[in-house]
Design a protein around this ligand. Sequence first.
Ligand code: GAR
Length: 216
Amino acid sequence: MEEGLRIGVLISGGGSNLQAIIDAIGAGSLDAEIAVVISSRPDAYGLMRAREAGIPTCSLTKELYRDPAKANELIASEFARAGADYIVMAGYMRKVTVEVLRAFPDRVLNLHPALLPSFQGAHGIEDAFNAGVKVTGVTVHFANEAYDKGPIIAQRAVMVEEDDTLEALTERIHAAEHELYPEVLSLLAAGRIVIDEDRKVRVLGRSPDGRRSSDG
Ligand code: GAR
């Protein structure tokens, strides 16, 4: 039997998306194993979640990021040492640089709390809310050297309600993320995500309306 996906996860904070991935693996809906969780901060709550689940962890410090190339070399070597096939950024608030991207070409995924290419950057939910858009959402994409601009794998829309608050919208965005990220990872584990020559992502076995085709 073929082994599931072996992933390395990068976090910076609460790690609720890491938890959603851990839970999906536990529930058997995601055939994957988390090889190691690396945090850009030693105080990230997500590290506790990882330890609780028995996953090896590693944390970096602000001082280390003074030399981003060095920090990224360390990240790449830790993931390689742990035997990760894919790198999954889950609320990682630093840039991954060429040291990681070249070690894992087209194998670094990012989660963004808005519908890219809109509202790029560190405040996707708030920027969309303040802009008064009626629809925002979440995006999972491959990371490349252009921040928040890599090939889009999947998106999910979240409506902005008439009397919405930033807090309520944030909660719905997170709920959408917790569903979408494990779903995408499970498509990846099934080998159903490919990047075309035109650098667009195709999900094999899915018709344009999002339904699974009969031969898929
Ligand atoms: C998530 O909403 C994620 O989309 C966002 O940080 C949050 C982390 O939550 N990431 C970015 O904004 C990246 N630019 P979590 O730590 O609870 O998973």
